[in-house]
Ligand binder design. Structure first.
Ligand code: PMP
Length: 351
């Protein structure tokens, strides 16, 4: 064995959902928004210039647009390359006590990958039998906490008073609330920022703003925590945000009615899909996101996943303890969901 091999960092990477490219598929596997970004974003796209030059390392235009929109000051907002980048920066910046950080056993499967990568010790905390987070279980010594609210892939939203009880009981450490899906029916913990300086709230343009391809995420927190994040970012790569993302992110923020309308459309479709799935024998926790995490009463999830794939319908299946009989189904357009439900009807009839 070559001596250098033992000094190479070994990590088991996060596995993103498939990105099949063939035309005509129904893609319900990576929680993308089925609608395009605001027309105002697309207009601006044609006017992008300044590509010759480095982008603004402080991302000022977009930081200010987000801060104004959220009613925060600009030193309370940090922008990164998707919330994955923001969360990774948070792990690096805030979780250095040596004590294990806590997160649910079933949650976004990137958390344990970052913990391993940055050598942050961690303990997973089991969700209850209904896949709910139990706040009491987070009241013990730890090096920090991260929860997704709504949680993924369950889709369950934890009421803010329960989120607050976790933050209040852990004021010696940083608590991160990952709100990637909050715009589809949850309530943001942003309102708790004024009372808790140990709180970081992370959101993204990837889902509710239809901009997964632009890679824009952001953190909101006290100016002290935001400065700490910026210091780490500038020590790593000053120009994380490319010029088009800065300009187009701002254009998206400026078109609030389009944003609200598309979120409403997705919520409406989701409620209709819930009804259809129930009639077909599926059960699922009540989703407040743009996906539904469903198990069938008699047919194994993996069989449905494979049969759907044969019909060019992509949904997500995780072969993991506790959730290996569930499917995560992203809410597409009405037309896509009608086709998906028709597929399920045919498939379940024929079995
Ligand atoms: N948090 C959660 C819970 C997610 O499901 C995702 C999407 N994979 C992300 C964060 C990251 O999203 P993005 O990097 O596109 O903002």
């Amino acid at each position: 064995m070559k001596a250098y091999l033992k000094n190479i960092r070994q990590v088991v990477p996060y596995t993103p959902g498939e990105q099949p490219k063939q035309p005509g598929i129904i893609k319900l596997n990576t929680n993308e928004n089925p609608y395009p970004p605001s027309p105002k974003v697309m207009e601006k796209l044609c006017q992008i210039d300044r590509l010759r030059m480095y982008p603004d390392p402080a991302v000022t235009e977009l930081v200010e647009a987000i801060a104004d929109y959220k009613g925060l000051s600009k030193d309370q907002v940090f922008v990164g390359v998707g919330s994955d980048d923001v969360l990774a920066m948070c792990f690096m910046t805030f979780f250095n006590s040596g004590l294990p950080i806590l997160f649910p056993d079933i949650t976004y499967s990137f958390y344990d990958v970052w913990a391993e990568l940055f050598r942050v010790p961690f303990q997973t905390v089991p969700l209850d039998q209904d896949f709910k987070i139990v706040p009491e279980d987070y009241k013990r010594p730890n090096g920090g906490i991260i929860i997704a609210n709504p949680n993924a892939p369950t889709g369950i939203f934890m009421p803010l008073d329960e989120v607050e009880s976790i933050i209040a009981a852990n004021q010696e450490v940083i608590v991160i609330v990952d709100e990637a899906y909050v715009d589809f029916g949850g309530t943001s913990a942003q309102c708790l920022l004024a009372r808790y300086d140990n709180l970081i709230v992370v959101q993204t343009f990837s889902k509710s703003r239809s901009m997964a391809g632009m890679r824009i995420g952001y953190a909101m927190g006290s100016s002290v925590l935001i400065k700490a994040l910026n210091d780490v970012k500038y020590s790593f790569n000053s120009y994380t945000m490319n010029q088009p993302s800065i300009v187009l992110g701002k254009a998206s923020i400026e078109d609030d009615s389009y944003f609200k309308n598309t979120c409403e459309s997705i919520k409406k479709t989701r409620e209709w899909v819930k009804k259809e799935l129930r009639e077909l024998g599926f059960r699922f926790p009540d989703s407040k996101t743009n996906f539904i995490f469903a198990a069938h009463e008699s047919v194994p999830a993996e069989d449905i996943f494979l049969a759907a794939k044969k019909e060019n319908i992509f949904i997500r299946y995780f072969k993991k303890p506790r959730i290996d009989n569930y499917l995560r189904i992203t809410i597409g357009t009405d037309e896509e969901m009608k086709k998906f439900i028709q597929f399920l009807k045919n498939y379940l009839d024929e079995r």
